[in-house]
Write a protein that binds this ligand. Structure first.
Ligand SMILES: NC(=O)c1ccc[n+]([C@@H]2O[C@H](COP(=O)([O-])OP(=O)(O)OC[C@H]3O[C@@H](n4cnc5c(N)ncnc54)[C@H](OP(=O)(O)O)[C@@H]3O)[C@@H](O)[C@H]2O)c1
Length: 438
């Protein structure tokens, strides 16, 4: 395939080389990455991250990735094959936003095609670049993704798709803090049952009570610590402030959910630790004999433009979402009623500084479509726009969104929207945002 593309480009006057990941890419003006399912050497997004890092973006005019993953996973039987989804759409869309003078594009093949056809398509796409960062060739036609407005029907004869008795068990990754906790506190009012919340922070119920327990804002905690004087360095004060803030958020979530009649189990676990997560999933099935629903809201932001992003940071952001997703997909039993994946608008449109985060969310989006065939209940990837009042949007980021004219989802509205989506939503993927600017 690479040779066919090379020859075709040479026929059109280009100087084309076949390069390997270890090669020097500094002098090239374009890069085509072939990500073919049948390739003998398995190469994933971390390799491509390092490869693209080698480019000189003052020179390079385009970077294209050609992938036939979609074609091969259309009728998959082995669930672990879904690991081939690497999140290229979000990654390329974000790269494209960061480099104004470089077209970063993804060509996704959904049909069996000859090497000649693929070479022709690649050349054609590069010569006549279109606006969307992702194009799909399926049924021998060219497709682009489009958002379709869709009203959720929540009244009339429509019944909630969710039936949870008091004995039901719901697993919520990242569920003790941020927007996920706010949404689950609201959800649990309608569905009191057992909720298992997972995060890395330690269990606040095991901590010794102290004066900071009731403090709900970072300012209050920070001021208290400064007055106490036990921590001297600003970095130490910030770290301790964050720890106490998290501790109190988790305690608040547990207390509010229990007050509404639910049983809450909190598990301190790093979701990037695949082996421990696997055995934890086994434990859940052993102890309860069931798992009725899952909400995956764990996530991490380490925003930085691509040129200053390290592979370690890229890996942390990516794995926080993708490792637990893969484990869930491989261990959940078909009778699960719902699997809700908290994705982001960043995977749909891309976002500057978020190549890692957008890539991870793209994997969530793809899994949702594929898992719907596996799980009897519903699987939805929700591409949330940014929220106001809770969660990972820092005051600095909030100001930046304001500057860009991007509206934030108010907590009160978001709670209802989430509950309705869970009860009545039928799509595999929905984008929910405030306003229509991104
Ligand atoms: N907030 C928004 O505006 C927004 C917009 C779009 C999408 N989303 C998505 O919605 C979800 C929730 O966002 P949020 O704003 O509520 O985030 P958040 O406040 O930062 O909460 C993230 C949660 O994930 C947990 N977590 C992170 N890394 C983990 C790890 N390695 N192992 C276990 N738990 C881990 C955290 O717990 P510990 O710190 O205790 O580990 C925390 O509970 C995320 O997936 C995010 O991508 C949010």
């Amino acid at each position: 395939m690479a040779i066919k593309i090379k020859h075709l480009f040479e026929q059109h006057g280009a100087i084309a080389d076949i390069v390997y990941p270890t090669g020097d890419l500094q002098s090239y003006q374009g890069l085509i990455i072939l990500n073919m399912f049948a390739a003998q050497k398995r190469v994933g997004i971390f390799d491509h991250f390092s490869l693209i890092k080698k480019l000189d973006f003052t020179l390079v005019k385009w970077v294209y990735l050609v992938s036939d993953t979609k074609l091969h996973l259309a009728e998959f039987t082995d669930i672990s094959l879904l690991r081939r989804y690497q999140g290229y759409p979000g990654f390329f869309k974000s790269l494209d936003r960061e480099y104004e003078n470089t077209k970063c594009r993804l060509i996704s093949l959904g049909n069996q095609m000859s090497a000649n056809e693929i070479a022709d398509i690649t050349l054609n796409e590069i010569l006549t670049p279109d606006q969307p960062s992702e194009v799909i060739y399926s049924d021998h036609k060219r497709h682009v993704m489009e958002l379709v407005p869709s009203q959720l029907i929540t009244t009339g004869l429509e019944e909630s798709h969710i039936k949870l008795t008091r004995e039901a068990v719901v697993l919520v990754l990242g569920g003790a803090q941020g927007i996920t906790s706010e949404l689950m506190i609201h959800f649990a009012k309608d569905y009191p049952c057992t909720y298992i919340l997972v995060g890395r922070s330690s269990d606040p119920r095991k901590a010794t009570p102290d004066n900071t327990d009731q403090m709900q804002t970072k300012d209050e905690i920070r001021n208290y610590l400064v007055k106490q004087g036990a921590f001297k360095k600003p970095a130490e004060i910030e770290q301790e402030t964050a720890r106490i803030y998290k501790n109190n958020q988790i305690m608040r979530t547990i207390t509010l959910m229990e007050a509404n009649g639910s049983t809450v189990v909190y598990k301190s676990l790093d979701l990037c630790d695949e082996a421990r997560l696997r055995s934890f999933m086994d434990d859940i099935y052993d102890i309860y004999g069931r798992l009725d629903g899952v909400v995956h809201g764990a996530g991490l932001l380490e925003d930085k433009l691509f040129h200053s992003k390290t592979s370690e940071s890229f890996g942390r952001v990516f794995d926080t979402k993708v490792t637990p997703l893969r484990v869930l997909a491989e261990q959940l039993r078909p009778e699960t009623q719902f699997v809700i994946l908290f994705s982001s608008i960043a995977s749909v449109y891309g976002n500057r500084g978020q190549t890692d985060y957008a890539a991870a969310n793209s994997v969530l989006d793809k899994y949702a479509w594929a898992l719907n065939k596996r799980i009897n209940g519903k699987v939805i990837s929700i591409n949330w726009g940014p929220w106001k009042g809770a969660g990972m949007v820092s005051p600095t980021l909030e100001k930046e969104y304001e500057r860009r004219g991007i509206a934030l989802i108010p907590l009160q509205d978001g709670r209802e929207i989430f509950l309705n989506e869970l009860k009545y939503g039928k799509e595999s993927q929905v984008l929910i945002m405030a306003g229509n600017n991104w």
